[in-house]
Design a protein around this ligand. Structure first.
Ligand SMILES: CCCCCOc1ccc(S(N)(=O)=O)cc1
Ligand SMILES: [Zn+2]
Length: 263
């Protein structure tokens, strides 16, 4: 039985079901988005993203990724529209990546991997009173997924990688203020949407996924810095290991349809 879940052979996605039976559930994420099977839905509204840079608070090395956390005490920073009824409050964003640039995204498009994937996490503040409560409900969470492809350096990601010196090892955190995550969104807000789950344990089936079609850029060097973070606390006796890869493989679509906001 695994001790603490992770991304290695002894504690990775292939054995998560030992401790987290939802791993074999009916609405697991990520998935491979087969574009010809996506159904154009004209009733989907345009996405409305209203974030306030003052909501940004702290960046944390969680030991599985690094997370930028926001003040979600009120509806200052929210996501509306798309498939959503009501407004979803911004909670945090984080990334997933691979051991090399050729793979690392969690969702795939027609079997194609991107180098990394950004997840901007929100919770339904009209129906629930906290993120944790919402995380247990089928319509509780909304995650905006953005693909990253290798190209020009991204000046906004530079602001994030500049904090890495202070959060090298698991549990470290550092102030991260004055940041509006809309700067990480591509020009087009065309998206696919489907009912899914958290892509890490506890794998709760509470996420309405909205995956943007257009990727943003990150440079090879910037992505290499992501892998320099450590999964472990920096104590001498534990051989500190680099955060090389933290993406879950795609899961069975089962009885789900993917809808597209565009023709
Ligand atoms: C009940 C506590 C859950 C804490 C973990 O929260 C998460 C975990 C994963 C994702 S992800 N990769 O699916 O965007 C979003 C939020
Ligand atoms: Zn994620």
């Amino acid at each position: 039985m695994m001790h603490q879940w992770g991304y290695e052979d002894h504690n990775g996605p292939e054995v998560w079901h030992d401790l987290f039976p939802l791993a074999n559930g009916d609405r697991q994420s990520p998935i491979n988005i087969i574009t010809r099977d996506a159904i154009y839905d004209p009733s989907l509204q345009p996405l409305q993203v209203n974030y306030d840079h003052d909501s940004a608070k702290v960046v944390i090395n969680t030991g599985h990724t690094f997370t930028m956390e926001f003040d979600d005490g009120d509806d200052t920073s929210v996501l509306r529209g798309g498939p959503f009824i009501g407004s979803y409050r911004l909670r945090q964003f984080h990334f997933h990546w691979g051991s090399s640039d050729g793979h690392g995204s969690e969702h795939k498009v027609d079997g194609m991997d991107y180098a990394a994937e950004l997840h901007i996490v929100h919770w339904n503040s009209e129906k629930f009173s906290s993120f944790v409560e919402a995380a247990c409900a089928p319509d509780g969470l909304a995650v905006l997924g953005v693909f990253l492809k290798i190209g020009e350096p991204n000046r906004y990601i530079e602001r994030i990688t500049d904090t890495f010196g202070a959060i090298r090892s698991k549990g470290k955190q550092s102030p991260f203020t004055n940041f509006d995550p809309s700067c990480l969104l591509p020009a087009s807000m065309d998206f696919w949407t489907y009912p899914g789950s958290l892509t890490v344990p506890p794998l709760l089936e509470s996420v309405t996924w909205v995956v943007l079609k257009e990727p943003i850029s990150i440079s090879h060097e910037q992505l290499a810095r992501f892998r320099s973070l450590l999964f472990t606390k920096d104590t001498a006796e534990i051989e500190a290991c680099c955060m090389k890869s933290n993406h879950r493989p795609v899961q069975p679509l089962k009885n789900r349809k993917v809808r597209a906001s565009f023709l």
